[in-house]
Design a protein around this ligand. Structure first.
Ligand code: CUO
Length: 690
């Protein structure tokens, strides 16, 4: 894992706080350093040395070497995707752990650092011999992708003057990318949340759209592309409504100026440049960038869109062999997800193109569509940064609407599809210490992140950045279920949605259903009679714990070799726990909490268990690594389809195995200091490198 430390600095310079160095075979050094080989060994001695086996032959790296080291690496760029796919394949094919290590050391100072980090991360979470390693947080490897660049100069000064141990964290101001003259700025705390952006980076790491087939072709990945991003939009809309903003407007009319500007204030550390901004009223252009091999017209997007709509309304797509493939009730969404994104599983890339990915690209290059100014893509071009930009949500609201168009063509759920015989959910109640019943409390909290893994500070040692993020008080659900049948398994599904629309009127079900955000899903054994189910908010199947999101900042994580370690989620995909609940409002934002208990026998999926060690902690949005998606229902069930005839309101939608409770989210504008145990562990020097 030291391979990830300070990714832009040569491998032979000691890594980690322990100054661990690699015993790099001389002919592995890049040509520039070969003449200095003996000097390098004496000049950069490490605390501990990692032996590196010299391989007699190195696989052909010419494809991944196609991207220069100082260029940014974009997953939305097909040619970059192909290069990374090749590198992943090479790393996956290494026959042993030693060979993998040796190859990685060889590649590290040659391949573009972003690409190397991405490909190595994909390989490590998928290889059986490395699956259990806990990857460092991407935000600590590349802090410049996640926070205001002004923090780095201040951190350098702090580290130059103050000894390790006495250094104070550098505070990132709350308002750094804009002020309130920009209406969208009210919600920047969501868009620029480190945990949210980490989740998105990790999601695309677990679900790459290109790469070796056995990695890309995960169970229901096209459907999960739809569902995970649908939930992002639902969450964003709830966040907007709690800030008195309207729901996000789809990006249609691709020849009109785009009102939202974005100035990210991020550095590109590889090229020592800033990330390009987008001024207000920019207009999409045809893209013709030969360096990146990206050429397409806005009209191409229009054609692909029209063909996709055509397929949706005809009920089938045409595959590359010219055959009709029906969009069935169960598989249609998965087929469409892969087509619209598009992934290498698209059944006809020539006909349906790459609508979503090239939409990202069109926006990402809007400031320099033909590369005449030699400018790189903006934040929309990278999954680690895309969610910072307001336009991300307009684009994805548009993409989601296409999926909704499809969902409107398949049968609605009838009472039988929704019900659970002899089971009735009587009530649900939310409780939190010191709060009125059925109220969520939100506030600001500060957390620290270590910058020294990603940046070269001298003298060495940790330097922390302190940022402020949304948080809520932990709470419990208490659910009362009456089972008049025999003992059986039920699946508890918990969702939350705003109660009123922008005008203050109660939502109609056909609109509200798209705003329900999943809070949790779990199975439970129902005994005959009355069941009282208590579930804690931190157990959510949507989120990963705070200390996983920010795992390397010294918060209360177990050492890697401790007994507790395997319980932790190692892959990092999952909505951050601190963003489970929207901000709400000081008056108490009114929402409706929905609980359903469905028939577990129908819901269960054979062989859908993780090995208890990897990526099974946030299965709702991330699935389970190396396993099938653990719920047989359509993702988003029971809200993924238009309502049956006669249903206008949420109340009318309910069957006896469902219940709705009015709740409020009350926000108080106070800031809580970083968690105590985080500081305590840091001072105790907790370390988990392996
Ligand atoms: Cu995740 Cu558009 O897919 O960013």
């Amino acid at each position: 894992l030291y391979l990830f430390d300070r990714p832009t600095e040569p491998i032979f310079i000691g890594k980690g706080e322990e100054n661990v160095s690699f015993d790099v075979p001389t002919d592995y050094l890049i040509d520039r350093y070969k003449p200095l080989a003996s000097d390098i060994q004496t000049r950069f001695p490490g605390g501990k040395t990692v032996p590196v086996t010299r391989l007699s032959s190195i696989p052909d790296l010419s494809i991944p070497l196609g991207l220069k080291r100082d260029m940014p690496f974009s997953l939305f760029n097909q040619s970059h995707g192909k290069m990374a796919a090749k590198l992943i394949e090479i790393l996956m094919n290494a026959k042993s752990y030693d060979e993998l290590l040796s190859l990685s050391v060889y590649c590290r100072d040659r391949i573009n650092p972003y690409m190397f980090t991405y490909a190595l991360s994909v390989a490590l979470i998928h290889r059986p011999d490395t699956r259990n390693l806990r990857l460092p947080s991407h935000s600590e490897m590349f802090p410049s992708l996640y926070m205001d660049s002004s923090v780095f100069a201040r951190a350098r000064e702090e580290s130059a003057v103050v000894q390790t141990g006495s250094r104070t964290p550098i505070e990132i101001p709350h308002d750094y990318s804009a002020n309130n003259l920009d209406a969208e700025h009210r919600i920047s705390y969501f868009r620029e949340d480190i945990g949210i952006n980490l989740h998105h980076w990790h999601w695309h790491l677990v679900y790459p759209f290109d790469g070796p087939l056995n990695i890309v072709n995960k169970n229901r990945r096209g459907e999960l592309f739809f569902y995970m991003h649908q939930q992002i939009i639902a969450r964003y809309n709830m966040e907007r409504l709690s800030n008195n903003m309207n729901r996000v407007v789809r990006l249609t009319n691709w020849d009109q100026p785009i009102a939202e500007g974005y100035f990210p204030k991020l550095d590109n550390i590889l090229a020592n440049r800033v990330w390009p901004p987008r001024p207000v009223n920019a207009v999409l252009q045809n893209i013709s960038r030969e360096v990146e091999q990206i050429t397409f017209d806005i009209e191409d997007l229009v054609r692909w869109r029209d063909r996709i709509f055509n397929a949706i309304h005809s009920g089938f797509i045409i595959n590359t062999a010219g055959q009709q493939v029906r969009l069935t009730e169960t598989d249609g969404i998965d087929i469409l997800g892969n087509i619209i994104e598009s992934s290498i599983l698209s059944q006809n890339p020539n006909l349906y193109g790459s609508l979503h990915n090239n939409g990202h690209n069109a926006i990402a290059y809007i400031h320099d569509p033909d590369n005449r100014f030699l400018e790189n893509y903006s934040v929309m071009g990278d999954s680690a940064t895309a969610m910072r930009d307001p336009i991300f949500y307009r684009w994805h609201a548009y993409i989601d609407d296409i999926f909704q168009e499809y969902k409107a063509t398949i049968p609605s759920y009838n009472v039988q599809n929704l019900g659970f015989d002899n089971v009735s959910v009587q009530s649900v109640e939310v409780t939190a210490t010191g709060l009125p019943r059925n109220e969520f409390a939100t506030f600001w909290q500060q957390s620290d992140t270590d910058l020294s893994r990603g940046l070269d500070f001298l003298p060495r040692g940790s330097v922390f950045a302190r940022f402020t993020h949304l948080q809520h008080a932990p709470f419990n659900y208490k659910i009362i279920v009456e089972n008049n049948g025999n003992q059986r398994i039920g699946t508890v599904r918990i969702f939350l949605a705003p109660k009123f629309d922008e005008r203050g009127l109660p939502f109609l079900f056909r609109e509200q259903r798209k705003l329900f955000v999943e809070l949790d899903k779990f199975s439970t054994s129902l005994k005959r009679g009355r069941n009282e189910i208590v579930r804690r908010s931190i157990e959510s199947s949507v989120t990963i714990p705070h200390e996983i999101t920010y795992r390397n900042q010294g918060s209360n994580r177990p050492a890697a070799n401790s007994d507790a370690a395997p319980m932790f989620n190692f892959c990092g995909c999952g909505w951050p726990q601190n963003m489970l609940i929207a901000k709400g409002s000081p008056e108490g934002f009114q929402c409706q909490l929905f609980v359903m208990v469905s028939n577990g026998e129908i819901d269960q999926v054979a062989n859908a268990q993780g090995d208890g060690q990897t990526c099974d902690d946030a299965s709702s949005y991330c699935g389970i690594l190396n396993s099938r998606y653990p719920d047989s229902r359509s993702m988003g069930y029971p809200f993924d389809r238009t309502p049956r005839d006669g249903v206008v309101t949420l109340q009318q939608f309910l069957t006896t195995n469902m219940v709705v409770q009015d709740v409020r989210i009350r926000f108080s504008n106070r800031t809580v200091a970083p968690l105590q145990n985080a500081t305590a562990n840091r001072n105790a020097g907790t370390s988990n490198n392996n």
